[in-house]
Design a protein around this ligand. Structure first.
Ligand code: ATP
Length: 455
Protein backbone atom coordinates (compact mmCIF):
# COMPACT_ATOMS: atom_id res chain seq x y z
CA UNK A 1 0.00 0.00 0.00
CA UNK A 2 1.19 3.48 -0.85
CA UNK A 3 2.24 5.52 2.15
CA UNK A 4 0.28 8.76 2.13
CA UNK A 5 0.82 11.99 3.99
CA UNK A 6 -1.35 12.35 7.07
CA UNK A 7 -4.58 14.31 6.77
CA UNK A 8 -4.80 17.49 8.80
CA UNK A 9 -8.43 17.01 9.73
CA UNK A 10 -10.45 14.42 11.57
CA UNK A 11 -13.82 13.11 10.47
CA UNK A 12 -15.31 14.59 13.66
CA UNK A 13 -14.15 18.06 12.61
CA UNK A 14 -15.80 17.59 9.21
CA UNK A 15 -19.03 16.37 10.82
CA UNK A 16 -19.05 19.36 13.17
CA UNK A 17 -18.45 21.85 10.36
CA UNK A 18 -21.18 20.24 8.25
CA UNK A 19 -23.68 20.57 11.08
CA UNK A 20 -22.62 24.07 12.12
CA UNK A 21 -22.68 25.50 8.63
CA UNK A 22 -25.71 23.74 7.24
CA UNK A 23 -24.14 21.18 4.89
CA UNK A 24 -25.32 17.90 6.41
CA UNK A 25 -27.55 17.01 9.37
CA UNK A 26 -28.40 13.65 10.94
CA UNK A 27 -31.80 12.63 9.53
CA UNK A 28 -34.84 12.64 11.84
CA UNK A 29 -32.66 14.29 14.45
CA UNK A 30 -35.51 15.48 16.68
CA UNK A 31 -36.58 11.82 17.04
CA UNK A 32 -33.10 10.67 17.92
CA UNK A 33 -31.97 10.12 14.33
CA UNK A 34 -31.99 6.97 12.22
CA UNK A 35 -28.82 4.98 11.83
CA UNK A 36 -26.39 6.34 9.25
CA UNK A 37 -28.95 8.44 7.45
CA UNK A 38 -28.35 12.08 6.67
CA UNK A 39 -30.15 15.11 5.33
CA UNK A 40 -28.40 17.75 3.26
CA UNK A 41 -28.91 21.39 4.21
CA UNK A 42 -28.70 24.42 1.92
CA UNK A 43 -24.93 24.51 1.41
CA UNK A 44 -24.78 20.71 1.20
CA UNK A 45 -27.40 20.77 -1.53
CA UNK A 46 -25.47 23.43 -3.45
CA UNK A 47 -22.17 21.59 -3.10
CA UNK A 48 -23.75 18.31 -4.12
CA UNK A 49 -25.39 19.94 -7.10
CA UNK A 50 -22.02 21.34 -8.19
CA UNK A 51 -20.38 17.92 -7.87
CA UNK A 52 -23.10 16.38 -10.04
CA UNK A 53 -22.98 19.26 -12.53
CA UNK A 54 -19.24 18.79 -12.93
CA UNK A 55 -19.77 15.09 -13.50
CA UNK A 56 -22.46 15.72 -16.10
CA UNK A 57 -20.22 18.29 -17.72
CA UNK A 58 -17.36 15.76 -17.93
CA UNK A 59 -19.70 13.14 -19.39
CA UNK A 60 -21.88 15.10 -21.79
CA UNK A 61 -19.42 17.77 -22.93
CA UNK A 62 -16.36 15.50 -23.11
CA UNK A 63 -14.79 14.11 -26.28
CA UNK A 64 -17.07 11.06 -26.52
CA UNK A 65 -20.69 10.51 -27.41
CA UNK A 66 -22.51 10.04 -24.11
CA UNK A 67 -26.24 10.46 -23.60
CA UNK A 68 -28.21 10.97 -20.40
CA UNK A 69 -30.79 8.76 -18.74
CA UNK A 70 -32.94 8.91 -15.62
CA UNK A 71 -34.45 5.49 -14.96
CA UNK A 72 -36.88 4.45 -12.22
CA UNK A 73 -35.75 3.39 -8.77
CA UNK A 74 -38.24 0.53 -8.70
CA UNK A 75 -37.91 -1.74 -11.74
CA UNK A 76 -39.49 -5.04 -12.65
CA UNK A 77 -37.95 -7.55 -10.17
CA UNK A 78 -36.78 -9.65 -13.11
CA UNK A 79 -34.15 -6.98 -13.73
CA UNK A 80 -32.48 -8.02 -10.46
CA UNK A 81 -32.85 -11.67 -11.30
CA UNK A 82 -31.01 -11.14 -14.59
CA UNK A 83 -28.35 -8.89 -13.11
CA UNK A 84 -27.51 -11.47 -10.47
CA UNK A 85 -28.44 -9.17 -7.58
CA UNK A 86 -31.29 -11.32 -6.33
CA UNK A 87 -29.13 -14.39 -6.06
CA UNK A 88 -25.80 -12.89 -5.24
CA UNK A 89 -25.98 -9.38 -3.84
CA UNK A 90 -24.95 -10.17 -0.34
CA UNK A 91 -22.09 -9.56 2.03
CA UNK A 92 -20.57 -12.03 4.49
CA UNK A 93 -21.51 -11.06 8.02
CA UNK A 94 -20.15 -12.10 11.40
CA UNK A 95 -21.54 -11.43 14.87
CA UNK A 96 -19.41 -11.04 17.95
CA UNK A 97 -20.92 -13.02 20.85
CA UNK A 98 -18.95 -10.90 23.33
CA UNK A 99 -19.68 -7.32 22.28
CA UNK A 100 -22.89 -8.18 20.39
CA UNK A 101 -21.90 -6.13 17.38
CA UNK A 102 -22.15 -7.21 13.76
CA UNK A 103 -19.38 -6.79 11.20
CA UNK A 104 -18.65 -7.42 7.57
CA UNK A 105 -16.32 -10.40 7.45
CA UNK A 106 -14.38 -8.88 4.54
CA UNK A 107 -13.98 -5.48 6.21
CA UNK A 108 -12.85 -6.43 9.73
CA UNK A 109 -9.81 -4.19 9.40
CA UNK A 110 -12.15 -1.19 8.83
CA UNK A 111 -14.34 -2.01 11.84
CA UNK A 112 -13.89 -1.28 15.51
CA UNK A 113 -14.66 -3.88 18.18
CA UNK A 114 -17.27 -2.72 20.69
CA UNK A 115 -14.96 -2.98 23.69
CA UNK A 116 -12.36 -0.54 24.96
CA UNK A 117 -9.59 0.01 24.11
CA UNK A 118 -11.01 -0.36 20.66
CA UNK A 119 -9.38 -2.95 18.41
CA UNK A 120 -10.41 -4.58 15.17
CA UNK A 121 -12.93 -7.42 15.64
CA UNK A 122 -11.16 -10.72 16.24
CA UNK A 123 -7.96 -9.08 17.47
CA UNK A 124 -8.38 -9.70 21.16
CA UNK A 125 -8.76 -13.00 22.97
CA UNK A 126 -12.20 -11.99 24.21
CA UNK A 127 -13.56 -11.53 20.69
CA UNK A 128 -15.85 -14.44 19.83
CA UNK A 129 -16.91 -14.17 16.21
CA UNK A 130 -19.51 -16.39 14.55
CA UNK A 131 -18.90 -18.05 11.19
CA UNK A 132 -19.72 -15.66 8.30
CA UNK A 133 -23.32 -15.73 7.02
CA UNK A 134 -24.55 -14.14 3.82
CA UNK A 135 -26.70 -11.05 4.34
CA UNK A 136 -28.84 -9.77 1.50
CA UNK A 137 -28.32 -6.10 0.68
CA UNK A 138 -31.40 -5.19 -1.34
CA UNK A 139 -34.25 -3.31 0.29
CA UNK A 140 -37.53 -5.09 -0.31
CA UNK A 141 -40.91 -3.46 -0.41
CA UNK A 142 -44.39 -4.14 -1.77
CA UNK A 143 -46.08 -2.61 -4.74
CA UNK A 144 -49.82 -2.24 -4.53
CA UNK A 145 -52.16 -2.57 -1.59
CA UNK A 146 -51.81 -6.29 -0.88
CA UNK A 147 -48.66 -7.46 0.80
CA UNK A 148 -48.33 -10.78 -0.96
CA UNK A 149 -45.26 -12.26 -2.56
CA UNK A 150 -46.42 -11.50 -6.07
CA UNK A 151 -46.01 -7.80 -5.43
CA UNK A 152 -42.53 -7.85 -3.93
CA UNK A 153 -40.29 -5.22 -5.49
CA UNK A 154 -36.85 -3.88 -4.68
CA UNK A 155 -35.28 -0.45 -4.36
CA UNK A 156 -32.41 -0.40 -6.84
CA UNK A 157 -29.01 -1.12 -5.30
CA UNK A 158 -27.26 0.57 -8.23
CA UNK A 159 -28.32 2.79 -11.12
CA UNK A 160 -26.42 0.76 -13.72
CA UNK A 161 -29.11 -1.84 -14.44
CA UNK A 162 -31.57 0.89 -15.43
CA UNK A 163 -29.07 1.75 -18.15
CA UNK A 164 -28.67 -1.79 -19.48
CA UNK A 165 -32.40 -2.37 -19.71
CA UNK A 166 -32.71 0.82 -21.78
CA UNK A 167 -29.90 -0.10 -24.17
CA UNK A 168 -32.30 -0.81 -27.02
CA UNK A 169 -34.33 2.37 -26.49
CA UNK A 170 -31.21 4.49 -26.58
CA UNK A 171 -29.85 2.79 -29.70
CA UNK A 172 -33.12 3.46 -31.47
CA UNK A 173 -33.51 7.14 -30.72
CA UNK A 174 -30.00 8.46 -30.18
CA UNK A 175 -28.38 7.26 -33.44
CA UNK A 176 -25.31 6.18 -31.53
CA UNK A 177 -22.79 3.50 -32.34
CA UNK A 178 -20.09 2.00 -30.13
CA UNK A 179 -18.07 3.47 -28.59
CA UNK A 180 -20.79 5.46 -26.81
CA UNK A 181 -22.00 5.89 -23.26
CA UNK A 182 -25.19 6.23 -21.24
CA UNK A 183 -24.88 8.23 -18.05
CA UNK A 184 -27.16 8.45 -15.06
CA UNK A 185 -27.21 10.07 -11.63
CA UNK A 186 -29.60 9.00 -8.92
CA UNK A 187 -30.34 7.45 -5.57
CA UNK A 188 -29.48 3.85 -4.77
CA UNK A 189 -30.25 1.83 -1.68
CA UNK A 190 -28.33 -0.93 0.07
CA UNK A 191 -29.15 -2.47 3.38
CA UNK A 192 -25.49 -2.28 4.40
CA UNK A 193 -24.47 -4.30 7.44
CA UNK A 194 -21.80 -1.93 8.55
CA UNK A 195 -22.52 1.70 7.92
CA UNK A 196 -20.80 4.67 9.43
CA UNK A 197 -17.97 7.08 8.88
CA UNK A 198 -20.50 9.82 8.30
CA UNK A 199 -21.73 9.96 4.69
CA UNK A 200 -19.07 7.52 3.47
CA UNK A 201 -21.25 4.44 3.81
CA UNK A 202 -24.98 4.90 4.18
CA UNK A 203 -28.02 2.85 3.23
CA UNK A 204 -29.40 5.50 0.94
CA UNK A 205 -26.91 7.29 -1.29
CA UNK A 206 -26.48 8.84 -4.68
CA UNK A 207 -24.50 7.40 -7.54
CA UNK A 208 -23.09 8.79 -10.77
CA UNK A 209 -22.71 5.90 -13.18
CA UNK A 210 -21.86 5.66 -16.83
CA UNK A 211 -21.93 2.55 -18.99
CA UNK A 212 -19.62 2.88 -21.98
CA UNK A 213 -20.41 0.42 -24.77
CA UNK A 214 -17.46 -0.51 -26.97
CA UNK A 215 -16.50 -3.03 -29.66
CA UNK A 216 -15.08 -6.04 -27.74
CA UNK A 217 -11.59 -5.62 -29.18
CA UNK A 218 -11.41 -2.08 -27.77
CA UNK A 219 -12.46 -2.88 -24.20
CA UNK A 220 -8.98 -2.94 -22.70
CA UNK A 221 -8.03 0.38 -24.30
CA UNK A 222 -11.19 2.11 -23.01
CA UNK A 223 -10.82 0.57 -19.57
CA UNK A 224 -7.36 2.13 -19.20
CA UNK A 225 -8.58 5.42 -20.65
CA UNK A 226 -11.52 5.72 -18.25
CA UNK A 227 -9.35 5.00 -15.20
CA UNK A 228 -7.11 7.85 -16.26
CA UNK A 229 -9.95 10.22 -17.07
CA UNK A 230 -11.77 9.62 -13.86
CA UNK A 231 -8.61 10.15 -11.77
CA UNK A 232 -8.04 13.40 -13.66
CA UNK A 233 -11.58 14.55 -12.94
CA UNK A 234 -10.92 14.59 -9.19
CA UNK A 235 -7.56 16.25 -9.69
CA UNK A 236 -8.94 18.96 -11.94
CA UNK A 237 -11.49 19.71 -9.25
CA UNK A 238 -8.68 20.33 -6.83
CA UNK A 239 -8.01 17.04 -5.04
CA UNK A 240 -4.32 16.91 -4.19
CA UNK A 241 -2.63 14.18 -6.26
CA UNK A 242 -0.80 12.64 -3.26
CA UNK A 243 -4.15 11.85 -1.68
CA UNK A 244 -5.55 10.15 -4.74
CA UNK A 245 -4.67 6.84 -6.36
CA UNK A 246 -6.06 4.30 -8.78
CA UNK A 247 -5.78 0.82 -7.28
CA UNK A 248 -6.32 -2.27 -9.46
CA UNK A 249 -8.33 -5.02 -7.76
CA UNK A 250 -6.61 -8.27 -6.87
CA UNK A 251 -8.07 -11.35 -8.57
CA UNK A 252 -9.96 -12.38 -5.40
CA UNK A 253 -11.66 -8.96 -5.11
CA UNK A 254 -13.18 -9.01 -8.60
CA UNK A 255 -16.95 -9.29 -9.01
CA UNK A 256 -18.23 -12.29 -10.91
CA UNK A 257 -18.97 -10.17 -14.00
CA UNK A 258 -15.74 -8.23 -14.11
CA UNK A 259 -12.50 -9.13 -15.85
CA UNK A 260 -10.76 -6.09 -14.39
CA UNK A 261 -11.66 -3.35 -11.91
CA UNK A 262 -9.73 -0.42 -10.50
CA UNK A 263 -10.83 1.81 -7.68
CA UNK A 264 -10.14 5.49 -7.51
CA UNK A 265 -9.27 5.92 -3.85
CA UNK A 266 -8.83 8.94 -1.64
CA UNK A 267 -6.94 9.08 1.59
CA UNK A 268 -9.68 10.03 4.04
CA UNK A 269 -8.96 10.48 7.76
CA UNK A 270 -10.08 6.81 8.06
CA UNK A 271 -7.47 5.66 5.52
CA UNK A 272 -7.46 4.94 1.79
CA UNK A 273 -11.05 4.43 0.67
CA UNK A 274 -12.90 3.85 -2.58
CA UNK A 275 -14.58 6.84 -4.19
CA UNK A 276 -15.29 5.19 -7.49
CA UNK A 277 -14.88 1.85 -9.23
CA UNK A 278 -14.00 1.50 -12.91
CA UNK A 279 -14.90 -1.97 -14.16
CA UNK A 280 -14.49 -3.86 -17.38
CA UNK A 281 -17.81 -5.72 -17.30
CA UNK A 282 -17.43 -7.47 -20.65
CA UNK A 283 -20.75 -8.46 -22.24
CA UNK A 284 -22.13 -9.88 -18.99
CA UNK A 285 -25.00 -7.47 -18.41
CA UNK A 286 -26.35 -7.20 -21.94
CA UNK A 287 -26.13 -10.97 -22.40
CA UNK A 288 -27.91 -11.62 -19.10
CA UNK A 289 -30.73 -9.19 -19.92
CA UNK A 290 -31.01 -10.57 -23.47
CA UNK A 291 -31.32 -14.12 -22.10
CA UNK A 292 -33.84 -13.22 -19.42
CA UNK A 293 -36.00 -10.85 -21.48
CA UNK A 294 -35.82 -12.55 -24.86
CA UNK A 295 -34.92 -9.20 -26.46
CA UNK A 296 -31.89 -8.93 -28.72
CA UNK A 297 -29.46 -6.53 -27.08
CA UNK A 298 -26.87 -6.19 -29.82
CA UNK A 299 -25.42 -3.61 -32.10
CA UNK A 300 -25.68 -4.18 -35.83
CA UNK A 301 -22.58 -2.83 -37.52
CA UNK A 302 -23.58 -1.62 -41.00
CA UNK A 303 -19.96 -1.52 -42.12
CA UNK A 304 -19.22 -5.21 -41.50
CA UNK A 305 -22.77 -6.48 -41.77
CA UNK A 306 -22.38 -8.20 -38.39
CA UNK A 307 -24.23 -7.91 -35.13
CA UNK A 308 -22.33 -8.09 -31.84
CA UNK A 309 -22.86 -7.59 -28.13
CA UNK A 310 -20.79 -4.56 -27.07
CA UNK A 311 -18.52 -4.81 -24.07
CA UNK A 312 -18.99 -2.36 -21.23
CA UNK A 313 -16.61 -0.15 -19.29
CA UNK A 314 -18.27 1.30 -16.22
CA UNK A 315 -17.05 4.21 -14.10
CA UNK A 316 -19.33 4.11 -11.03
CA UNK A 317 -18.93 6.89 -8.51
CA UNK A 318 -20.67 7.94 -5.31
CA UNK A 319 -21.85 11.54 -5.05
CA UNK A 320 -21.72 11.53 -1.24
CA UNK A 321 -18.25 10.00 -1.14
CA UNK A 322 -16.93 12.49 -3.69
CA UNK A 323 -18.45 15.31 -1.65
CA UNK A 324 -16.80 13.98 1.51
CA UNK A 325 -13.42 13.77 -0.23
CA UNK A 326 -13.76 17.33 -1.56
CA UNK A 327 -14.62 18.58 1.94
CA UNK A 328 -11.74 16.75 3.59
CA UNK A 329 -9.27 17.87 0.95
CA UNK A 330 -10.43 21.48 1.22
CA UNK A 331 -10.51 21.75 5.01
CA UNK A 332 -7.80 23.97 6.40
CA UNK A 333 -7.05 26.24 9.31
CA UNK A 334 -4.78 29.25 9.50
CA UNK A 335 -4.40 32.44 11.45
CA UNK A 336 -5.76 35.76 10.27
CA UNK A 337 -5.02 38.88 12.28
CA UNK A 338 -4.19 36.83 15.32
CA UNK A 339 -7.35 34.69 15.14
CA UNK A 340 -7.71 31.10 14.11
CA UNK A 341 -9.72 30.66 10.96
CA UNK A 342 -11.30 27.52 9.50
CA UNK A 343 -11.49 27.67 5.75
CA UNK A 344 -12.72 25.35 3.03
CA UNK A 345 -10.33 25.75 0.12
CA UNK A 346 -12.79 24.32 -2.38
CA UNK A 347 -12.36 24.62 -6.11
CA UNK A 348 -14.38 27.74 -6.98
CA UNK A 349 -16.61 25.73 -9.31
CA UNK A 350 -17.53 23.41 -6.43
CA UNK A 351 -17.97 26.13 -3.83
CA UNK A 352 -21.65 26.42 -2.80
CA UNK A 353 -21.49 30.21 -3.01
CA UNK A 354 -19.10 31.94 -5.40
CA UNK A 355 -19.23 35.46 -4.06
CA UNK A 356 -20.46 37.07 -0.86
CA UNK A 357 -21.57 40.69 -1.07
CA UNK A 358 -21.13 42.49 2.23
CA UNK A 359 -21.79 46.10 3.19
CA UNK A 360 -19.00 47.22 5.49
CA UNK A 361 -21.56 48.53 7.96
CA UNK A 362 -25.34 48.37 7.86
CA UNK A 363 -25.93 52.10 7.56
CA UNK A 364 -24.98 55.15 5.48
CA UNK A 365 -26.56 53.75 2.33
CA UNK A 366 -24.17 50.80 2.16
CA UNK A 367 -26.79 48.04 2.49
CA UNK A 368 -28.83 49.50 -0.38
CA UNK A 369 -25.76 49.81 -2.58
CA UNK A 370 -24.58 46.31 -1.63
CA UNK A 371 -28.00 44.87 -2.48
CA UNK A 372 -27.81 46.48 -5.91
CA UNK A 373 -24.37 44.92 -6.45
CA UNK A 374 -25.73 41.57 -5.27
CA UNK A 375 -28.64 41.81 -7.72
CA UNK A 376 -26.22 42.52 -10.55
CA UNK A 377 -24.15 39.43 -9.74
CA UNK A 378 -26.62 36.77 -8.66
CA UNK A 379 -27.90 35.86 -12.13
CA UNK A 380 -24.36 35.24 -13.36
CA UNK A 381 -22.56 33.65 -10.40
CA UNK A 382 -23.97 32.13 -7.21
CA UNK A 383 -23.99 35.06 -4.81
CA UNK A 384 -25.04 35.65 -1.24
CA UNK A 385 -25.86 38.88 0.56
CA UNK A 386 -25.08 39.24 4.24
CA UNK A 387 -25.31 42.35 6.38
CA UNK A 388 -25.62 40.93 9.90
CA UNK A 389 -22.75 41.25 12.41
CA UNK A 390 -19.18 42.47 12.16
CA UNK A 391 -17.42 42.25 8.83
CA UNK A 392 -14.81 39.89 10.34
CA UNK A 393 -17.49 37.45 11.51
CA UNK A 394 -19.22 37.56 8.16
CA UNK A 395 -15.95 36.73 6.38
CA UNK A 396 -15.27 33.85 8.77
CA UNK A 397 -18.68 32.42 7.98
CA UNK A 398 -18.03 32.64 4.26
CA UNK A 399 -14.56 31.11 4.69
CA UNK A 400 -16.12 28.15 6.47
CA UNK A 401 -18.50 27.47 3.62
CA UNK A 402 -15.69 27.91 1.10
CA UNK A 403 -16.82 31.09 -0.67
CA UNK A 404 -13.85 32.00 -2.89
CA UNK A 405 -14.55 35.72 -3.24
CA UNK A 406 -15.92 38.47 -1.07
CA UNK A 407 -17.07 41.87 -2.25
CA UNK A 408 -17.20 44.67 0.30
CA UNK A 409 -19.19 47.80 -0.25
CA UNK A 410 -17.76 50.70 1.76
CA UNK A 411 -17.82 54.49 1.91
CA UNK A 412 -15.69 54.81 -1.21
CA UNK A 413 -18.13 52.66 -3.19
CA UNK A 414 -20.78 55.30 -2.79
CA UNK A 415 -18.39 57.89 -4.22
CA UNK A 416 -16.78 56.03 -7.13
CA UNK A 417 -18.64 52.73 -7.76
CA UNK A 418 -15.70 50.56 -6.83
CA UNK A 419 -15.65 47.71 -4.30
CA UNK A 420 -12.97 45.64 -2.64
CA UNK A 421 -12.63 42.10 -3.89
CA UNK A 422 -11.20 39.69 -1.34
CA UNK A 423 -9.65 36.34 -2.17
CA UNK A 424 -10.45 33.52 0.28
CA UNK A 425 -7.04 31.88 -0.01
CA UNK A 426 -4.50 34.65 -0.47
CA UNK A 427 -6.59 37.12 1.55
CA UNK A 428 -5.51 39.71 -0.98
CA UNK A 429 -7.95 42.61 -1.34
CA UNK A 430 -8.03 44.64 -4.53
CA UNK A 431 -10.19 47.59 -5.49
CA UNK A 432 -12.23 46.95 -8.63
CA UNK A 433 -15.04 48.75 -10.46
CA UNK A 434 -18.54 47.31 -10.08
CA UNK A 435 -18.90 47.48 -13.84
CA UNK A 436 -17.47 44.28 -15.26
CA UNK A 437 -17.34 42.47 -11.91
CA UNK A 438 -19.77 39.73 -12.96
CA UNK A 439 -17.74 39.11 -16.14
CA UNK A 440 -14.53 39.00 -14.14
CA UNK A 441 -15.89 36.42 -11.69
CA UNK A 442 -17.48 34.31 -14.43
CA UNK A 443 -14.12 34.28 -16.24
CA UNK A 444 -12.27 33.29 -13.06
CA UNK A 445 -14.61 30.33 -12.64
CA UNK A 446 -13.39 28.86 -15.91
CA UNK A 447 -9.70 29.09 -15.05
CA UNK A 448 -7.70 25.99 -14.09
CA UNK A 449 -7.33 25.82 -10.34
CA UNK A 450 -4.82 24.26 -7.98
CA UNK A 451 -5.24 23.72 -4.25
CA UNK A 452 -3.38 26.43 -2.32
CA UNK A 453 -2.55 23.67 0.17
CA UNK A 454 -0.03 22.47 -2.44
CA UNK A 455 1.92 25.71 -2.41
P1 ATP B 1 -17.81 -0.78 -1.15
O1 ATP B 1 -16.78 -1.81 -1.51
O2 ATP B 1 -17.23 0.43 -0.45
O3 ATP B 1 -19.03 -1.34 -0.47
P2 ATP B 1 -18.79 -1.09 -3.79
O4 ATP B 1 -17.55 -1.56 -4.48
O5 ATP B 1 -19.82 -2.08 -3.38
O6 ATP B 1 -18.38 -0.20 -2.53
P3 ATP B 1 -19.98 -0.08 -6.15
O7 ATP B 1 -21.01 -1.11 -6.22
O8 ATP B 1 -18.80 -0.17 -7.08
O9 ATP B 1 -19.45 0.05 -4.65
O10 ATP B 1 -20.68 1.34 -6.27
C1 ATP B 1 -20.08 2.44 -6.93
C2 ATP B 1 -19.88 3.60 -6.01
O11 ATP B 1 -21.09 3.90 -5.29
C3 ATP B 1 -18.85 3.38 -4.91
O12 ATP B 1 -17.53 3.60 -5.39
C4 ATP B 1 -19.25 4.42 -3.89
O13 ATP B 1 -18.72 5.70 -4.22
C5 ATP B 1 -20.76 4.45 -4.03
N1 ATP B 1 -21.35 3.66 -2.95
C6 ATP B 1 -21.55 2.32 -2.94
N2 ATP B 1 -22.12 1.94 -1.77
C7 ATP B 1 -22.26 3.07 -1.03
C8 ATP B 1 -22.80 3.35 0.27
N3 ATP B 1 -23.30 2.38 1.03
N4 ATP B 1 -22.79 4.61 0.72
C9 ATP B 1 -22.30 5.61 -0.05
N5 ATP B 1 -21.80 5.41 -1.28
C10 ATP B 1 -21.78 4.17 -1.77
Amino acid sequence: MTEAPATNVTLDEIVALCKRRGFVFPASEIYGGIASTYDYGHYGVLLKRNVKDEWWRAMLDGPDRIVALDSAIIQNPRVWEASGHLAGFSDPLVDCRTCKLRFRADKLEDSACGRKPSKHPGETEECDLTEPRQFHLMFKTHMGPVEDDAAVVYLRPETAQGIFVNFKNVLQFARVKPPFGIAQVGKSFRNEIVTGNFIFRTREFEQMEMEFFVPPAEAEKWYERWIERRREWYEELGIRPDYLRARPHEADELSHYSSATSDVEYRLPIGWQELEGIANRGDFDLTQHANHSGEKLEYFDQATGEAYVPHVIEPAAGVDRALLAFLVDAYDTDEVEGRRRTVLRLHPRLAPVKVAVLPLVSREGMPEKARAVYDSLRQRVGAEYDEGGSIGRRYRRQDEIGTPWGVTVDGQTLADDTVTLRDRDSLEQVRVPIVGLADELAARLELPWRSPKLA
